[in-house]
Design a protein around this ligand. Structure first.
Ligand SMILES: Nc1ncnc2c1ncn2[C@@H]1O[C@H](COP(=O)(O)OP(=O)(O)OP(=O)(O)O)[C@@H](O)[C@H]1O
Length: 576
């Protein structure tokens, strides 16, 4: 938790120091006022000295006003400091998440990262705000109050000797029971967020399958779980307040009863009893505040741990100092094996092949055969588990990551667009693109026709994740977004699957023409999409089953042949 305080930056550090100082002023005034009141009673009223009463009364008003300034100032500055901390934490965490590789992002799950960025940071922020006020106020008020009360009457202070241990034991029991419950509450919030996110993203599928009831039940289950956990934690907390209040009231009775005897014996004045009760209430209240803040602390600590966990995670894919200029874009896989997790099965096994710069290569294979996993290794979206991926003869791990990714354009299987316009999505990776470059990319990606058909053309609004565009339109915008950067290596991961055959073949021709100098790797389910490639790699359960041209593979590779027969028909295949 304290590690996160380094995110207090700039003037916020000054405010974080100023807030407790102002709180000191408020506490000092709060501690002085009861004694002044007791003096008014014991000196002013007892001696019928109206001047004393008026002067002391005026002083009390002034002190109360100073206390007010201290209190309000502390609230303002602690709020600014805490909000600033929250903002910096969000910035830092967001930047950290951006720096993580696919592997770590898979590990943390999106919904959990959202909870950490929002709810967890808010918990820490609230804790810091409370800490700057209450953590300063409560102990000072407690110790100061005890001291002032002791100075007023040592005899009456016996009440504290009896009551404080009783309260402390009671509070320790309550806290030890509720701390773990508050900790698990945060995990339950994660779960609710997870179900909520999955439901909101998959709302169309849910409606299409009329699964609303089932999903509502799932959400209710997670929500009820969170509620019962909260109730369990709060139930214990609920008894805390009335019991401590009861103990305070017993103490007040004790003070009045014992103080009464002392007054009778002229060992104490009446005003001092009043002041003593004031201090007693302040002490008990400050103890309550410490208890409440400790509860929040346990929750905030759980949140801080979750935030720190992300900060402590380093991307498994590290940026390297550039060793040499990339001038050649031949690709080579040398005995590459890959698994997603240390203990999971290999999804790619001993893969070796070469692709010459400027060649067009198709990758084909059954679903789950490892096609996407294989191409993801080229721009280091994941790192190989064994073997090497070389570009221009150099291991990709030794190249500058930004340069590597700058030179490789990947159109992922899932077309993810950003809210904005069609133009802003085209320019996502190349802000300086001119209108001519936009037009060229749109034409080559076969997107021009549908863009022109839209009333606002390039300025057509794209909603979050492109949900106001059709699957094929989204795919074409994603392709254009990559083409516009003219990458040296273009990877298309089954990214034209939603296009009709005629449009797909136009796209192929356009890409061939545009990317003459570049290497194009195209994953496809349809054989028609890869049959003209210079080389086709057939993957089967993570292994290379064959490499060659369409004609060669038809003769030599059984898997390829059977895919070709199932898609093109036996007659067409035999004819070739
Ligand atoms: N992020 C991931 N974490 C763990 N396992 C994964 C991950 N992505 C894919 N896999 C597993 O790796 C294997 C290969 O998946 P991959 O996506 O590379 O296949 P594919 O040939 O591209 O499939 P498809 O044609 O259906 O897209 C599958 O068994 C899949 O379950």
């Amino acid at each position: 938790m304290f590690k996160l305080l380094k995110y207090l930056k700039g003037p916020a550090i000054f405010y974080a120091i100023l807030a407790p100082i102002l709180m000191l002023l408020e506490v000092a005034m709060d501690l002085t006022l009861p004694t002044m009141l007791s003096n008014i009673v014991d000196i002013g009223i007892a001696n019928s000295d109206i001047n004393y009463v008026l002067t002391a009364g005026a002083k009390m008003i002034l002190f109360a006003f100073l206390g007010l300034i201290g209190g309000v100032g502390c609230s303002i500055f602690s709020t600014i400091a805490a909000v600033n901390l929250g903002q910096n934490l969000r910035d830092g965490l967001f930047a950290k998440i951006q720096s993580l590789s696919f592997l770590e992002l898979d590990h943390f799950k999106t919904s959990s990262l959202i909870t950490r960025l929002t709810n967890d940071i808010t918990q820490v922020q609230t804790m810091v705000m409370m800490g700057l006020r209450i953590l300063v106020r409560a102990p000072l008020l407690c110790i100061g109050g005890l001291w002032m009360a002791y100075r007023l009457s040592q005899r009456l202070s016996i009440v504290f000797v009896i009551m404080i241990p009783i309260i402390l034991i009671f509070v320790a029991i309550v806290m030890s029971k509720s701390f773990p419950l508050f900790k698990t509450m945060q995990e339950k919030i994660d779960k609710v967020n997870n179900v909520m996110r999955e439901n909101l993203l998959g709302v169309r599928v849910i409606k299409a399958f009329t699964m609303e009831h089932k999903q509502r039940d799932r959400f209710n289950e997670a929500n009820d779980d969170l509620m019962s956990q909260s109730i369990r934690a709060q139930k214990i907390m609920i008894i805390l307040n009335p019991v401590v209040m009861l103990l305070v009231n017993f103490s007040v009775i004790g003070v009045l009863w014992y103080g009464g005897y002392l007054v009778q014996d002229s060992l104490l004045e009446t005003g001092k009893i009043m002041a003593f009760i004031n201090y007693l209430t302040q002490i008990m209240m400050s103890m309550m505040m410490v208890i409440m803040i400790s509860m929040n602390f346990s929750r905030a600590k759980a949140s801080a741990d979750r935030i720190n966990e992300v900060f402590a995670t380093n991307s498994s894919i590290q940026e390297n100092e550039k060793t040499a200029e990339l001038t050649n874009y031949d690709i080579e896989f040398k005995n590459v094996s890959f698994k997603y997790h240390e203990h999971s099965e290999e999804v790619l096994k001993d893969i070796s092949f070469k692709i010459k710069q400027g060649n067009q290569v198709g990758i084909i294979g059954g679903t789950g055969s490892g096609k996407s996993s294989l191409v993801n290794l080229i721009p280091r979206l994941y790192d190989v588990s064994e073997g090497e991926v070389l570009i221009g003869g150099q291991n990709v791990k030794t190249l500058s990551l930004s340069e590597l990714r700058d030179k490789i354009g990947v159109v992922l299987q899932e077309s993810i667009l950003f809210s904005g316009t069609i133009a802003s999505n085209f320019k996502f990776g190349y802000h300086e693109a001119t209108q001519d470059e936009l037009d060229d990319a749109a034409k080559d990606a076969q997107a021009m026709e549908f863009i022109q058909a839209k009333e606002d053309g390039y300025e057509t609004v794209v909603e979050q994740r492109g949900k106001n565009l059709s699957g094929g339109q989204k795919q074409r915008v994603s392709i254009a977004r990559t083409l516009i950067r003219d990458p040296k290596i273009l990877i298309l991961d089954d990214s034209s699957s939603a296009l009709d055959m005629a449009t797909e073949s136009k796209l192929q021709r356009a890409i061939k023409e545009r990317m003459k100098e570049s290497t194009v790797i195209m994953i496809a389910q349809r054989i028609s999409a890869v049959m003209d490639a210079d080389q086709i790699i057939v993957l089967d359960q993570g292994e290379i089953s064959g490499i060659g041209t369409h004609e060669e593979l038809l003769k030599t590779n059984e898997i390829y042949r059977s895919i070709a027969i199932s898609q093109l028909g036996e007659e067409a295949v035999n004819h070739e």
